[in-house]
Design a protein around this ligand. Structure first.
Ligand code: ADP
Length: 427
């Protein structure tokens, strides 16, 4: 038997962080030997082993700590892309924002009013999702369970890409598995950007806000805990209009802008004079990693894979073959329309963006992610949320059958399906 290589020991001073990137297709284990440490607000338990797979993280400590890193089937150095310690972090700023939000939650609980509705804004790769995680985890430490809302169809923290979604966060975010998403509220935009069909995106934002408002009205704790809304990194032109629409629709009262002077000043002037909305500028952490376009695409594909196979590759999806006629697939607007940016100024990419039409060519669906809608009738497809997803593995025009991958065997949970434009290869 091969002897295990020696672990790597790291000692962190208080209010510093260890920034660590694990290589693609590699993993390593992390252990808090002593002291206090957290990953994006999730407290690490002393002596517990955490497995990190191709992640980019920071282990931050308020009080100082000792950590141990160990390779799994190789010396730990071989699994590490980047590792360094930094004392230059915006964590104090972020903790101050948490204090502000927490005061609002306490007041809301006392008066039965609404807790903070927070939206995090900024370009792509400024640390928006990370700040949402930190603030959610800090709220959970204070026994509050805010609702997390992800309005970025580009990556998908709550559901696979091409969706917007919401979920209550009742426990700390798992270091290995991410957000707990047992019963998320999900709408399928069909595309990883709202660009081809902004009307559909607006419609989903409105449907989601209406449902979440209802839930908040009927439960004091939910109402007081408030919302944490992550936004997309598209912040100019139509992207900016969609941000304003979301801010209004969710009645956001804490606007957090990371590292974007122009957006901060634009929003500051819009809400100037409105005492009930605070616009706060926050520093981008130097640790946030830029992800090139190809990495974004591969992490999207990875998210879809995880939906079916699990983050630890421990789920067993089923392959199911059915006649064409058994799959009733629809599309909203025209999923294959050109993005607006490719059209002449003023051009419309779809003639009726909210029209629901049946898909007639099964061949178009090859290797596509398809949503299973909760709709009971086709005319409900526009506004119904999503029960789950399947992936089309093969289409056989001779036998007139389709084979799809589903999270579990048996009939689909609902009869109507929605196609978009997201294709990937899973097997
Ligand atoms: P955004 O949501 O703005 O696109 P993210 O929050 O997803 O940005 O951050 C981009 C990447 O940087 C993620 O992989 C995240 O885990 C990583 N990251 C964020 N903060 C740090 C940090 N302080 N140290 C190391 N990696 C970080």
């Amino acid at each position: 038997m091969q002897a295990q290589a020696a672990p790597r020991r790291e000692v962190l001073q208080k209010e510093t962080e260890l920034r660590l990137e694990v290589k693609e297709n590699h993993s390593l284990t992390l252990k808090l030997v002593k002291g206090q440490a957290e990953i994006f607000g999730t407290d690490l338990l002393e002596q517990q082993i955490y497995t990190l797979r191709a992640q980019k993280i920071a282990v931050f400590t308020w009080e100082g700590c000792e950590l141990q890193l160990q390779g799994i089937r190789e010396p730990v150095e071989d699994a590490i892309e980047v590792i360094y310690e930094s004392g230059d972090t915006p964590m104090r700023e972020y903790a101050n924002v948490h204090d502000l939000l927490q005061k609002r939650r306490a007041a809301a609980l006392t008066h039965g009013s609404e807790g903070p509705r927070t939206m995090v804004l900024g370009q792509t790769d400024v640390g928006k999702s990370t700040l949402c995680k930190i603030l959610l985890n800090y709220a959970i430490r204070k026994d509050c369970a805010p609702t997390m809302i992800d309005l970025d169809p580009g990556q998908g923290s709550i559901a696979p890409p091409a969706c917007v979604g919401a979920t209550p966060v009742e426990g700390p975010i798992d270091v290995e598995e991410g957000l707990p998403v047992e019963m998320p509220l999900v709408y399928f935009a069909g595309n990883v950007s709202p660009d081809p069909n902004p009307q559909l995106y607006r419609h989903h934002v409105e449907c989601m806000a209406a449902l979440l408002d209802k839930r908040a009205q009927s439960n004091l704790q939910v109402r007081a805990a408030g919302m944490m809304i992550n936004s997309m990194g598209w912040i100019d032109g139509l992207g900016y209009e969609l941000i304003l629409h979301a801010l209004n629709t969710f009645r956001v009262d804490f606007v957090l802008v990371i590292g974007q002077d122009r957006l901060y000043s634009q929003l500051g002037s819009i809400f100037r004079g409105n005492q009930s909305v605070s616009v706060i500028k926050l520093t981008r952490s130097g640790g946030v990693v830029n992800r090139p376009r190809e990495l974004r695409k591969s992490s999207r594909d990875q998210r879809i894979r995880e939906y079916f196979y699990g983050p630890r590759n421990d789920l067993q999806p089923s392959l199911v073959t059915v006649p064409f006629a058994n799959l009733r697939v629809f599309r909203v607007g025209s999923g294959f329309a050109a993005p607006r940016s490719a059209l002449p100024i003023g051009g419309q990419s779809v003639s009726n963006p909210l029209k629901v039409t049946p898909v007639t060519s099964m061949n178009d669906l090859m290797h596509m992610l398809i949503a299973v809608s909760h709709a009971q009738q086709p005319d409900q497809l526009l506004s119904a949320n999503i029960a789950g997803f399947i992936w089309i593995s093969s289409v056989d025009p001779v036998q007139q059958v389709v084979t799809y991958l589903a999270p579990c065997a048996g009939d689909l949970p609902a009869p109507f399906l929605l196609a978009g434009t997201v294709k990937t290869f899973l097997r």
